[in-house]
Design a protein around this ligand. Sequence first.
Ligand code: K7E
Ligand code: CUA
Length: 667
Amino acid sequence: MRALTLVGITILATGVVSAGIVVGCENQHLAQQQAVSGGGGSGNLGASASIQQLMKERGLREADVTAALKTYVPTGKMDEYYLFTSGGQSGNVNVIGVPSMRILKVIGVFSPESWQGWGYGGDSNKIIEKGAQGPHRLYWADTHHPNLSEMKGDYDGKFLFINDKANARVAVVDLEDFSTKQIVANPLAASDHGGTFVTPNTEYVIETSQYPAPLGREYAPLDQYKDKYRGVVVFWKFDRTKGRIDPAKSWAIELPPYTQDLADAGKLDSDGWAYINSLNTELATGGTLQGKPPIESGASQNDMDYLHVINWKKGEELVNAGKTKTIAGMRVLPMDVAGAEGVLTLVGEPKSPHGCDVTPDGKNVVVGGKLDTHVTLYDTAKMKSLIEQKKFEGKDIYGLPVMGFKDAVTGQVEIGLGPLHTVFDDKGNAYTSVFIESVVAKWSTKDLKKPVEKLKVHYNIGHITAAEGDTVSPDGKYVVAMNKMSMDRFLPVGPLFPQNFQLVDISGDKMQLLADLPIGNSEPHYAQMIKADKLKPLKVYKPGTNPYTDQIDPNRVEGGKERIVKNGNKVEVFMTAIRSHYVPDQIEVDEGDDVTLHITSLESAEDQTHGFTIDMYNVHVSLEPGKHDNISFKADVPGTFPFYCTEFCSALHLEMAGYLLVKPKQH
Ligand code: K7E
Ligand code: CUA
């Protein structure tokens, strides 16, 4: 009987392979029926014969079948991990279940997301508008590095932060309702990259500039690059009780105009420190039209760039002692002060580094080299003592102390062509993404020998992420290879190809490729993977909650209290939504009136969502159970405009509608 059951499972798995890859769910049922009849009818022989046959028909190897078994999550069963990935140029965040690789949600962050009514006339607009840089409202972003909030160096499942590389901004997402709560615009930097990275108790969210520019984006000609252009690292103070960044308590350190790249915060032994790599210490500024070399070659002259080693706890003390100057409204610790006080120290790092990853024990920083075949491990304790004893090898052109490379490193590992990012498991192994070679290289942090294994991934892997990988206690189990290219992997969709995520099982001695997930909405950069049971998401909102303020909205509407209040040319409509009608459902205003609709959903049952839109007014909100939103617009076009519910909420969903009548002015 046991053998029979086992066979049944295997057949089921084979059926799944067919469902997942080509055919569709009807065939999955078919396969299950065959499995049952095969197992029950002719016993072992018939069953395994039909598996063999299916495998043969579909060209599957045994490894394919085990991969399917390892990733298949039957309907109604939950995934083990959440994967939060940057949405790259989509400006948003993708949420994916692991190991099934099913897409669970796209969270609207910097870019309007119409399904959620994010950025279409409700109060979410106010959050997006706070992210304006100068006079420009911004409706997109290039998101790179999502980072989960931590307590004692472990993900706590409360918040997610993410940066916008293009416009130097940081967003806060609350994981209670998977909704964006805040966007802060960096007043100093003109772009960012080394961020977001949190300190071990989420005291700070770190954001480092990328392309140097005068702080505050002042004008300065490029021949003044050395003197006027600067990098900067901002320590955004996070207020955990409010769930918001507090810009007034945030501060920054001025950095030399080396193109700062990636960053990570120290942990355990190295708590209190942060590390930022850089490129273009040559200060190349291009000039291709004038016949000068482009930045790419100008920036690749020196053998060494600089890892920036930052004592942020000391920096915080100096900031509190008033050693700052204020630029664009933010307190900035000047570079010379930071250098003299041991807050900012440099050490060489091999050619065009990328990746900057602190090991789980906090003892090493691993830096890859795009034009080098090694990763370099820096010893955090050695660097700390060199800085304490002021044992330096020299100074850079700005007078910043530089430690000796040999004094600071633990060692190097010869990885291959183009090592980028490194993540860790629970057994002392590291996994480095190797871009040019298109492999995941597994190596041991204990002996620093050559990789013990390389797994082909398809193709050109950028970032890589591991289960609980950035914490003090990674889980092992899975890594996800985040590949930039996917030619020949999927059905063609034109010249813009999807990215390709590949799930890899790292629990055994050998890595096993389990599944592909084409990402068709963005080019994700980084992702983090958190144990699903650490999150406690809400199922419904407390009645009248405005999720964009986290308060019971002062304009919340209770059943029976609906009304229309007209005051001069201001019209306020206090409205409710419940299956399957709005009260009121007839609204008449005069052309030119300023209209505000305060809408509360009176629903309290799970998954009973309504929506609201008005013809032509570019308005759309999503009304989850208990939610309140406020929609403001000018009734500038006279006419007749139906409004309706955009979510198929009930059998009478199509009847959930009403009219906005805008009476023309008497001319
Ligand atoms: Cu390598 Cu922005 Cu982290 Cu892209 S970065 S891959
Ligand atoms: Cu409410 Cu459809």
